[in-house]
Write a protein that binds this ligand. Structure first.
Ligand SMILES: Cc1cc2nc3c(=O)[nH]c(=O)nc-3n(C[C@H](O)[C@H](O)[C@H](O)COP(=O)(O)O)c2cc1C
Length: 407
């Protein structure tokens, strides 16, 4: 666990976590950080916790000691969000200290009580304040449904620090550089990509609420954004606000100037047409990612489709429906509310076809509003005339995607 000073009387504890399934399902290629913050006035508050996953309270207590905080002197546990990655340490803390007050929204209070059997809770509403003494004053600002109904921001006015919990977070483990002004250009790119992975895996379903939370952050005079996952933005907090604004647009159909080929093929017939599609993309200088389902991780698949302005679905008919691993991927994109992408499908069939019907059904059921150009279906192996149609489809897709590009 790393300990850093953010400002006088404000410290951060952060730890890297890898080899976990985040939320029990997301296989994270580059892990994630858990950040916790301690604010010291005359009284001491700890904002969100970090030990739920390593289960070793001693690590936290030793780290607190090293920044001069005796756990016995912690008066307030600020729970911005009850999800156990931030709050799972409360039960352990209870083992060593009896008298502390949990500060959270009414919705979180209900959960804190049902999950951890805690009842000494101070419920806060929009604009309520907590004066810790020595000039440190916290205020609380609910941002419901980011990403649970209970979520709030905590803001410290003397340092203008916004403790945003899941909001403005990113996946990706941190090395020595934790503050935005320390990051190299490679690290900036890394955290932007990990921010997109995080947004698409965790936040995207709540895009409407995220937009409101961005607006709320703008109403506060913010000098530093200190999230629950990922780097701290003290040089340019506007950057992560702008990134999140752009990510909301990606959720609604915009994307980077790149194409995702979401594909699967049993015996290589559809794959022959993919070769032609790739040759067109290469010729036109379009960046693309090829995701073979079911080999790709769900985390990567969702993140890649999310950030692309256009999607090629290349999959055959299987038992009168769409090849199941590709159908599942599309259903997951739909569940995550990735809407408005421009798209093109082609694929092989043996005798009846049927993939196309299921594709339409998935797009409609999930209200995805993807804008598909006419599909190309071919019997068995693609003939040159089929490949020409694929080529024309890809060119039309490229034309349409240009209107959707937001870098
Ligand atoms: C298990 C299985 C189920 C299939 N079901 C259908 C079907 O319902 N209707 C159809 O027209 N073709 C069906 N086919 C034929 C495939 O669509 C055809 O072989 C196609 O060329 C496969 O393309 P691929 O090599 O890209 O996977 C099926 C093939 C397999 C192996």
């Amino acid at each position: 666990m790393k300990k850093l000073k953010i400002a006088d009387g404000i410290h951060m504890l952060t730890m890297n976590v890898e080899d976990i399934l985040f939320e029990g399902m997301w296989e994270l290629a580059n892990g994630v950080t858990l950040n916790s913050y301690i604010v010291q006035g005359e009284k001491t508050a700890i904002i969100d916790g970090v030990i739920g996953w390593d289960g070793v309270p001693e690590t936290l207590y030793k780290s607190l000691g090293e920044i001069g905080v005796d756990p016995q002197n912690i008066d307030y546990l600020i729970v911005n969000h009850m999800e156990p990655d931030h709050s799972g340490w409360i039960s352990n803390f209870r083992k060593i200290k009896d008298d502390f007050t949990i500060v959270c929204t009414d919705k979180a209070a209900k959960m804190v009580s049902s999950f951890y059997n805690e009842d000494k809770i101070m419920i806060v509403k929009e604009g309520d304040t907590l004066d810790l003494g020595n000039g440190k004053v916290l205020s609380f600002h609910p941002v419901p449904n980011v990403h649970w109904p209970d979520t709030m921001y905590t803001y410290e006015s003397s340092t203008k620090t916004l403790f945003s919990c899941d909001m403005f977070g990113a996946f990706g483990m941190m090395g020595d550089h934790v503050f935005d002004d320390e990051l190299t250009s490679e690290e900036i790119d890394y955290f932007e990509a990990e921010g997109m992975r995080y947004f698409s895996n965790v936040m995207i379903t709540f895009t409407t609420s995220v937009k409101k939370a961005i607006e709320k952050a703008k109403t506060l005079d913010v000098r530093t954004i200190a999230p629950g996952h990922g780097p701290v933005y003290r040089k340019n907090p506007q950057k992560i606000m702008d990134d999140y604004t752009r990510f909301c647009r990606y959720a609604e159909g915009a994307g980077k100037n790149e194409v995702t080929i979401l594909w699967g093929s049993m015996y290589g017939m559809t794959a022959k047409a993919i070769e032609r599609a790739e040759s067109v993309l290469q010729r036109e200088g379009i960046k693309y990612s090829k995701l073979q389902m079911p080999l790709e991780s769900e985390s990567e698949m969702v993140a890649t489709v999310f950030r692309s302005a256009a999607v090629i679905v290349a999959a055959p008919t299987y038992e009168y429906k769409l090849f199941p691993p590709v159908a599942e991927a599309l259903n997951e994109a739909g569940r995550k509310k990735i809407t408005g992408k421009v798209a093109f499908r082609f694929g092989s069939y043996g005798w009846s076809g049927g993939a196309e019907n299921e594709l339409k059904e998935i797009i409609e059921r999930n209200k995805m509003k993807w804008d598909f150009i006419d599909s190309v279906e071919f019997e068995g192996a693609p003939k040159e005339e089929d490949l020409k149609k694929v080529e024309a489809g890809v060119l039309e897709l490229i034309k349409k995607m240009k209107e959707k590009v937001v870098e």
